[in-house]
Design a protein around this ligand. Structure first.
Ligand code: ATP
Length: 283
């Protein structure tokens, strides 16, 4: 995928701390994160559970207010969550998110077609015909047929529901789509279909992806660049093949060696760490 060189998202010194429970210390979930996402690019964020990936995503989408730092989308400051419906819509036209399990966010009584019409209507203020044309376009883009548009969520498979979630996010024609463990719950073959679909959509629309995953094989397939987070900080950042094949940081080597591959043994994972201290915080 070629990019234009335009930076669509710039994150500067982003931090988020949550108050500790009772008399506990505050939790510094995200600590000084900085990165850029190129228009049409795809950036992966990897890291173990609790490393701050989702909190970063929630700040970008405006569900969480950063403690410090700045979020610039298309050069516009989006550090503070939207306050009005208009601001929310405007932000939605720039950035959308797809989570791991869309089932919980879909109305179980609403047909898929009506759910997509609703999402389109927020952004297309035109004739009813325009809305239904756009719903058809979106359904075609993600591979949903008429029967599925007439169905309610429980009648669909996990992969089909994830197509619905992607179509709903694309209704706003955002420049950036965040995918937070969006294929993690799917069978490998369905996962491959969704990844191909996402690659195809990026090719056709020039959308940019921020792809959060703990699965390095998925990251390799769908991203150009990868950043590795640990304890809220970025410990490594670079082109995906370099980060995955020649990791500079001991923690990235640890993540890599935790992925069972042909010939993998617990001993080989430990050997990968020999001479390296995964507790170091900077490469
Ligand atoms: N609302 C909150 N209040 C208090 N602590 C929080 C809150 N949200 C997240 N945290 C803490 O912030 C840290 C980072 O969590 P986050 O969910 O961002 O990590 P993650 O890398 O996305 O993990 P996972 O892969 O398990 O989703 C964790 O220690 C978590 O417990």
């Amino acid at each position: 995928m070629t990019t234009t060189g335009e930076v669509i998202l710039r994150v500067e010194g982003l931090s988020k701390s949550f108050p500790g429970r009772g008399r506990g210390h505050d939790v510094l979930a995200v600590d000084g994160v900085e990165f850029e996402l190129a228009a049409g690019g795809s950036l992966g964020i990897v890291g173990e559970s609790g490393s701050g990936k989702t909190t970063t995503a929630r700040m970008l989408i405006g569900l969480e207010r950063p403690t410090t730092g700045r979020i610039l989308i298309e050069g516009v400051d989006h550090t503070t969550p939207a306050r009005t419906a208009r601001q929310w819509r405007e932000r939605g036209r720039r950035i959308q998110i797809v989570f791991q399990d869309p089932y919980t966010s879909l109305d179980r009584h609403q047909t898929i077609g009506s759910c997509l019409s609703e999402a389109v209507s927020v952004h297309v203020r035109g004739r009813a015909g325009e809305v239904s044309d756009r719903v058809e376009e979106l359904a075609a883009l993600v591979g949903l047929d008429d029967r599925q548009l007439r169905a309610v969520p429980r009648a669909l498979s996990g992969g089909q529901r994830q197509r619905v979630a992607i179509a709903r996010a694309l209704a706003a024609e955002p420049r950036i789509l965040i995918l937070d463990e969006a294929v993690s719950a799917l069978d490998v073959s369905i996962q491959a279909q969704i990844l191909n679909l996402l690659a195809d959509i990026r090719e056709r629309t020039g959308i940019s992806y921020l792809f959060i995953s703990h699965d390095l094989a998925v990251i390799r397939q769908i991203t150009d660049d990868t950043l590795v987070m640990r304890h809220g900080r970025v410990v490594e950042h670079g082109p995906t093949p370099r980060v995955l094949d020649e990791p500079q940081h001991a923690y990235t080597r640890l993540l890599r060696s935790s992925v069972p591959r042909p010939g993998w043994t617990p001993e080989s994972a430990l050997a990968a760490l020999s001479g390296a201290d995964p507790t170091e915080d900077d490469a």
